[in-house]
Ligand binder design. Structure first.
Ligand SMILES: [Cu+2]
Length: 155
């Protein structure tokens, strides 16, 4: 095979791969509904603790088998630190930060989102199996970053 032919084969392979990735991207976004956590709104970082719903952080039942977790991240803790929800319930996390950028990752699940100063993050998930999951900050946020964790208990 000449160099020119090999080049053509690799060019076609690259184009085919791009097409496959594009199809996979559109399929996951539109057919499977996989998307980034919603940006729910804006909030002034200094007024988080006096603005509803963040003036009362915690877990509440908002409907049949539906729960809302209002959570604040601030250097270096999550409020509340412990979240208890029943297995199989639809759980919506509504969260923000009072200072710097933090991340929220619930270990062993697909819950993974950022806390950005001035923004409210919202993500909905269902935890089917009872158990305990560590909630960790996955964005380096300063000297106490490694101490920033919580726990999700699925009952
Ligand atoms: Cu951190």
């Amino acid at each position: 095979m000449t160099t020119e032919k090999i080049e053509k084969v690799f060019l076609s392979l690259s184009a085919a791969m791009l097409l496959v990735f594009l199809v996979a991207l559109f399929y996951s976004a539109f057919a499977m509904g996989i998307h980034l956590p919603d940006r729910e709104g804006e909030i002034h970082p200094a007024e988080v603790r006096s603005t509803p719903p963040f003036d009362e952080p915690g877990v509440r039942e908002v409907g049949p088998n539906q729960y809302e977790v209002v959570m604040i991240g601030s250097a270096w803790s999550f409020t509340p630190r412990e979240v208890r929800v029943p297995a199989g319930a639809e759980v919506t996390f509504i969260s923000t930060t009072t200072d710097v950028i933090h991340g929220v990752h619930v270990e062993g699940t697909r819950v993974n989102f950022m806390l950005i100063p001035g923004q409210i993050s919202k993500i909905t998930s269902t935890f089917r199996e009872p158990g305990e999951h560590l909630i960790i900050c996955h964005e380096f946020c300063g000297a106490g970053h490694h101490l920033m964790y919580g726990v999700l208990i699925v009952e």
